[in-house]
Design a protein around this ligand. Structure first.
Ligand SMILES: Nc1ncnc2c1ncn2[C@@H]1O[C@H](COP(=O)(O)OP(=O)(O)OP(=O)(O)O)[C@@H](O)[C@H]1O
Ligand SMILES: [Mg+2]
Length: 377
């Protein structure tokens, strides 16, 4: 479990204090995976560094498991920190050590006896699927394999919490998926609580139970991923399953955006609609996927009969419909580009072999984005 309560952090810069985290509160239950997204400079990495107390918070408390870390002196903190594993965009491996040697490092520092160490290293290397590479050196590994070594090393001291700061940012989509599957497996098998800092909405959608959007050091929106996606008013939810740019509305017709708000939407809801309404229903765009095990998404349709009230017809079917004006159609209602950060550049992170441009997203202005403060769904 991770509990962040009223955390603030300021840094001294040019003789004055700059507030980087402002009253951040967040709780991640045991065995849950929480995403933190936000633009570059929002304070995401600082939040991670405060959670493992590499940075002392200016005020507020951090509790991990049963221990309030912020109340511990340095010596007790040293021991308590073992309950937190951390992985970064660059795995930061020692090039002179093999995979096994890198994974063994925290065990050596902790004074674990050689025999026990060897056993534990073999178990960890197997857990991340690198049995065949135990004697390889980092230079002989792919980026994804290096990241696996970093994960094995982070797990060496049996932490209950794993912090991941852009750990998949330099990886291609397939490798990212395999790393996420590994993390999910670790959560399921070991009951790990995971905090994932990412700029990739797909990562949040695929693996996170909950998500918080950080902007200028404040959490502007947070909640369960599935609930946010089902909330038509949630900018974050719309960023997670963005409504794609729509086709042109036929002349005289009225376009509607339909949001899945219930877990029990009949997948055939569109089939009989045309007959039922007695007007032509044109499908202009759709983005529907399973999020948190339930159908979620946005569909844009146009009704030839502009006077019909689609909202009243669909409300009891777990679907929320809203009329689109001409402006809405020109600008898809997604502020994804606004919500997420560009990945740290290779210059900031020299250890990463591959960099990939930020997820492209339709640019849009969204008056609702950022207007919701600290609510959870
Ligand atoms: N040690 C420090 N001293 C002074 N300022 C700092 C320090 N660490 C971070 N900052 C400032 O805090 C702000 C947030 O930085 P942080 O690294 O947490 O952002 P981020 O959300 O992780 O960004 P990115 O997505 O680019 O990684 C930045 O303005 C940064 O300059
Ligand atoms: Mg960062």
């Amino acid at each position: 479990m991770i509990l962040v309560d009223a955390l603030t952090k300021s840094f001294r810069r040019d003789g004055r204090d700059v507030l980087v985290l402002d009253d951040v509160s967040l709780s991640v239950g045991t065995g849950r995976i929480a995403g933190v997204i936000g633009p570059s400079g929002a304070g995401k990495s600082t939040l991670a560094r405060c959670i493992n107390l590499l940075e002392r918070p200016t005020s507020g408390t951090i509790t991990v498991g049963e221990q309030e870390l912020t109340s511990l002196d340095d010596r007790r903190l040293q021991a308590a920190r073992r309950s937190i594993g951390t992985i970064f965009q660059s795995a930061n491996l020692l090039s002179s050590r093999t995979v096994a040697g890198n994974v063994a490092l925290p065990l050596e520092i902790a004074g674990v006896p050689r025999g026990e160490r060897r056993e534990r290293v073999a178990e960890l290397v197997a857990r991340v699927g690198l049995e065949d590479h135990a004697r390889s050196y980092p230079a002989q590994l792919s980026g994804g394999q290096r990241q696996r070594v970093g994960i094995a090393r982070a797990l060496a001291l049996r932490p209950s919490v794993l912090l991941s700061d852009e750990a998949t940012s330099g990886l291609d989509p397939d490798t990212t998926r395999s790393i996420l599957a590994l993390l999910r497996g670790l959560r399921d098998d070991l009951g790990l609580t995971i905090l994932l800092i990412t700029h990739e909405m797909e990562v949040v959608r695929d693996v996170c139970d909950q998500v918080a959007l950080l902007r200028d050091g404040r959490i502007v929106e947070q909640g369960d991923v599935a609930s946010l996606v089902a909330d038509p008013a949630s900018a974050l939810g719309r960023g997670l399953v963005p409504a794609r740019p729509v086709g042109t509305t036929p002349t005289g017709a009225q376009a509607w955006r339909v949001t899945y708000t219930d877990r029990a939407v009949d997948p055939g809801w569109l089939a009989g609609l045309q007959d039922e309404l007695g007007t032509r229903v044109a499908l202009l765009g759709a983005s529907v996927e399973a999020v948190g095990g339930r159908p979620s998404g946005h569909v844009t349709v146009a009704l030839d009969d502009a006077g019909l009230d689609l909202a009243a017809r669909l409300g009891d079917r777990g679907l929320f419909a809203e009329r689109l004006g001409a402006d809405d159609e020109a600008q898809p209602p997604s502020a994804v580009a606004d919500l997420v950060a560009a990945p740290p550049t290779a210059a900031e992170d020299p250890g990463t072999p591959v960099t990939r441009p930020s997820t492209t997203a339709p640019s849009a202005t969204d008056p609702a984005a950022g207007a919701r403060t600290g609510e959870s769904a």
